[in-house]
Design a protein around this ligand. Sequence first.
Ligand code: AMP
Ligand code: MG
Length: 334
Amino acid sequence: GAMDPMIVLGLEGTAHTISCGIIDESRILAMESSMYRPKTGGIRPLDAAVHHSEVIDTVISRALEKAKISIHDIDLIGFSMGPGLAPSLRVTATAARTISVLTGKPIIGVNHPLGHIEIGRRVTGAIDPVMLYVSGGNTQVIAHVNGRYRVLGETLDIGIGNMIDKFAREAGIPFPGGPEIEKLAMKGTKLLDLPYSVKGMDTAFSGILTAALQYLKTGQAIEDISYSIQETAFAMLVEVLERALYVSGKDEILMAGGVALNRRLRDMVTNMAREAGIRSYLTDREYCMDNGIMIAQAALLMYKSGVRMSVEETAVNPRFRIDEVDAPWITDAS
Ligand code: AMP
Ligand code: MG
């Protein structure tokens, strides 16, 4: 009936993970995901897309089963429109459009980082945070200013997760290398010199990768290299985060993205926040990684603020930026 809460199905598939999340306005009903894991090397975009297309129907039907609803109970379909790998994006978009056409329900294409920030706000209670978004391909510091989320700072070359994964791969550790590097780093004791590269609120990580690979070649202990990568790269992130807080005048931090699962990074950010009198929020593990729930949540907010999209307007955009999207549901705290 008219009083029932809206049920939203969200599809995420920008990179390695295809995921379906189902929410309504007060509850998280289901989440099903499948991650593409290359047997060797890094992510091959076409293989990731093949993986997604092979499992997407199972992922969606399992999520519907868990939520105990039929596809016709859905009121809104959200999907990740970008940024990401074009072949993966196209599989996700095609599935979302098919469901929309099949059910006659509205569809909304969602910016992926917007999903991270909105699910983070929903599950942590952060109101108007500076977000540190650290994932495989992305490293951004984002804050809401004048009706939109703006990228205050970002990596000028590779994402921090890609840097760690590439180093790990050369050391014989399979993708994703982050968790294993974190374990090795805990046993490291010697801080090796690595290029610390911060320009304003922007960062760069390829210099660290090159130097770390050199250390690997010359026989430095992998524990010490891992430790030094983390200490150097995370200190850079804390520095730009501090500057972004100062510039934006916000008093909350929200961390999201796969690299935000790292305990050392979390501790460094939490310590800085405590000293600065800032509240810091860590998105829960299951919502930190790419997932369909975050896309559903952003789609819900967009829909409720009046956004409507025709199927023609749902073309994927591998370079989609968060500052292209209006976000009128936030009133700037500062
Ligand atoms: P995402 O792109 O947000 O799905 O996150 C995936 C990235 O997070 C990969 O680059 C992983 O290596 C990285 N990652 C996952 N867990 C950790 C961790 N504990 N420490 C560092 N990086 C991590
Ligand atoms: Mg992500």
